[in-house]
Design a protein around this ligand. Structure first.
Ligand SMILES: C[S@@+](CC[C@H](N)C(=O)[O-])C[C@H]1O[C@@H](n2cnc3c(N)ncnc32)[C@H](O)[C@@H]1O
Length: 422
């Protein structure tokens, strides 16, 4: 059996120094926990950043070893979830919003505001301080770091933590039970989520009954494409939208609050968008639609398992939708388009495709592997490889001709394009 070739600690440390020098050359100042100077790193330097993360994580993992209280196994088993406990409490009690942005607050005052025990609060926050969320400028007082400030400035990041703690987390504890109870089931209501939330409905229908959680989930979705390698800016660059004829309509199926359509409409004055989703999923987007786009971005309620009502559009766009469904249902979603398709209509599926093992930095691979697990946990679905995506279109109908997989380096989203050739 071949053994894994592992660099020595010194080799890794030397590589770290080299990569750190390279990165510091392209940022305004070295990052600190107060100021994230990497926040707007141009995508062309993403490779450098990812290599540095991979090297430093491998270095740390080797130094931890496998055994003992600081070892790799025990880090996951006995400590990692406690970081989450602290983070979820910080979210639940809205701590970031209670800490002044430019000064500090005592634990006593915070405990008063939250109406919880001061010792418990201190324990939770001191745990958070170990992962650089908040710091103590003077004993007994806490102040913001860049991470806690982010949760005040960016509602979608705050919603993301809320959605993970309320929707995903309870479901993670039901994975094994669901695997044993429903082996091989393609049903969305056979997800661990269904057991955890005691529902026989798929997650999206269950959330319809909980408007606050639905709004929070939609906010979390916005966060996914807000910045960095997953940003809408990169989705916009990954596909030649400008090549669509002026006057074309793009139907954003399962478009949520329409944030991708809004972005694309602002960039491409010749295109119009119809955002379709279930009742209430687009409420925030409708309220926030800029007046200038009202003529070109329209929201309608539509269940994508029923026949597509917008006939003759140039393109039908599915962002973060197909991966929410097992193949049996994904095929049904694609087939529901068919009565509306004109010859040459494009079907664009925007998802994160699973790469061949070892072809991308480990940190990037972990992102997509994590998402693959999340799709199982929430929806009994999965992420696809490029070959699986091609097979999905073939299974839906032979007349879908797979054209291309559009991507830009280190943009995490790919756009899979098929054309309708009747
Ligand atoms: C993961 S979100 C993606 C939202 C948006 N496309 C984005 O990328 O941010 C999936 C969307 O599918 C919608 N959805 C789920 N079931 C649907 C159905 N049967 N018909 C239409 N939309 C549905 C959900 O409400 C949700 O907005």
């Amino acid at each position: 059996m071949a053994t894994q070739k592992t660099p020595t600690l010194v080799e890794l440390a030397e590589k770290l120094v080299e990569q750190a020098r390279e990165l510091e050359k392209v940022i305004p100042a070295p990052p600190t926990f107060q100021e994230d100077t990497l926040a707007n790193l141009p995508i062309e330097y993403e490779k450098t950043r990812l290599s540095l993360i991979d090297t430093s994580e491998m270095f740390t993992a080797l130094v931890r070893g496998s055994d003992g209280p600081y070892g790799r196994v025990m880090r996951i088993a006995s400590y990692q979830y406690l970081d989450e406990v602290a983070l979820y409490a910080i979210h639940h009690f809205r701590i970031p919003h209670r800490v002044p942005l430019n000064s500090s607050i005592s634990y006593a005052d915070l405990a008063d505001q939250c109406q919880i025990d001061i010792d418990r609060l201190t324990s939770l926050l001191r745990m958070a301080i170990t992962f650089h969320m908040f710091y103590e400028p003077t004993p007994g007082y806490i102040a913001h770091t860049a991470d806690s400030r982010l949760l005040v400035a960016d509602t979608s990041a705050f919603d993301f933590i809320g959605a993970v703690s309320m929707e995903h987390k309870p479901a993670t504890l039901k994975v094994n039970e669901a695997l044993e109870k429903w082996p091989g089931s393609p049903e969305p209501f056979h997800a661990p989520y269904s057991l955890a939330h005691n529902t026989d409905k798929p997650m999206y229908l269950h959330l319809q009954q909980h408007p606050d959680r639905l709004r929070q989930f939609a906010g979390a979705m916005t966060n996914i494409t807000r910045a960095g390698a997953r940003s809408i800016a990169l989705i916009a660059k990954a596909y030649p939208w400008a090549a669509l004829a002026p006057g074309s309509t793009v139907v954003d199926v399962g478009g949520g609050n329409g944030h991708i359509s809004v972005w694309l409409a602002a960039e491409h004055a010749g295109l119009s968008f119809v955002v379709q989703d279930l009742p209430h999923a687009s409420d925030d987007g409708i309220a926030a639609l800029p007046a200038a786009l009202r003529g070109r971005v329209r929201f309608v309620t539509h269940d994508f398992f029923t026949p597509q009502p917008v006939h003759g559009a140039e393109a039908y766009f599915f962002a973060n939708v197909i991966h929410n469904w097992s193949d049996r249902y994904a095929v049904r979603i694609l087939r529901a388009l068919i009565p509306a398709l004109k010859p040459g209509a494009r079907v664009l599926v925007c998802d994160r495709l699973i790469p061949e093992q070892g072809t991308v930095p480990l940190v990037e691979e972990r992102e997509i592997r994590a998402l693959d697990l999340i799709m199982h946990i929430l929806l009994n679905a999965k992420e696809h490889t490029e070959a699986e995506m091609r097979a999905l279109f073939r299974a839906a109908d032979e007349r879908f001709e797979y054209v291309d997989t559009h991507a830009i380096p280190h943009g995490l989203f790919k756009i899979c394009e098929a054309v309708w050739k009747p």
